[in-house]
Ligand binder design. Structure first.
Ligand code: ZN
Ligand code: ZN
Length: 238
């Protein structure tokens, strides 16, 4: 079974449930850990920032205490690539600490350099892909901001998976097998495994009902033969 869900959203961004509803859903699914990993502040529509982000940290801390002994409750953040090698991870004295750092390219972010403008054109208008450079841009940001997970690799813009996987192995970043949608082909997942990458399955739930729904990710891992490289998988029921 997959025993932890580190990628869930709530009504703090554009999800529908409260953090506590996500925690209760995770408990019902028998998970031993859950993270509330909201969209980073750079997202113009869904980004959580400022006082709201601090309030979410306090709420996660309250839940961690309330459910201690039943489930581990963590504060994550799903950062947005904002430029080559840059992302919107909140830092500085007014930023809360994060237990889980996730990074991906998302649409809806104002590009801070020509590289990201190119990716935005690629995502929105079918502009020219640049997969190796996109992989390297993500890796450079992961190194600079100590990112631990690349969510949905290849979604919206093409990323060269072998390049991403080699770098991810070196940096200790996990590649997510997203359970809300398929973003890597079986061949890409196998190439990532061959490059030495490790994987994590995330629900990317935007409703409490989908918290701990890992089916699509488990199926992808099984088909590609990488289940034993999935760090939140253990043999057993469900
Ligand atoms: Zn979202
Ligand atoms: Zn995402």
């Amino acid at each position: 079974m997959v025993f932890a869900d580190y990628h869930t959203h709530t009504l703090y961004s554009h999800g529908t449930g409260t953090p506590e509803e996500n925690v209760q859903a995770a408990l019902q699914r028998g998970l031993s850990a859950i993270a509330i990993s909201e969209h980073g502040p750079g997202h113009r529509f869904y980004g959580v920032r400022g006082k709201k982000l601090l309030a979410l940290r306090r709420e996660v801390d309250r839940l961690a205490e309330k459910y201690a002994g039943q489930i581990q409750v963590l504060m994550g953040i799903e950062c947005n690539l904002t430029a080559y090698g840059r992302c919107d991870l909140p830092t500085g004295p007014d930023a809360p600490p994060f237990d889980v750092t996730i990074l991906a390219y998302h649409k809806g972010v104002w590009p801070e350099d020509g590289f990201l403008w190119g990716r935005t054109l690629e995502a929105l208008a079918g502009g020219k892909p640049d997969p190796i450079r996109t992989a390297n841009a993500l890796l450079a940001a992961a190194e600079r901001y100590h990112i631990r997970i690349f969510s949905h690799p290849g979604l919206y813009v093409q990323a060269d998976i072998p390049t991403l996987a080699r770098g991810a192995r070196e940096l200790g970043v996990l590649l997510e097998l997203n359970a809300a949608r398929t973003t890597m082909s079986k061949a890409e997942i196998q190439a990532a495994k061959a490059a030495g990458a490790a994987f994590i399955i995330g629900s990317d739930a935007h409703t409490p009902e989908r918290v701990g729904d890992f089916q699509l990710g488990i199926q992808a891992a099984r088909e590609a033969g990488v289940l034993s490289q999935v760090i939140n998988w253990r043999e057993g029921e469900a």
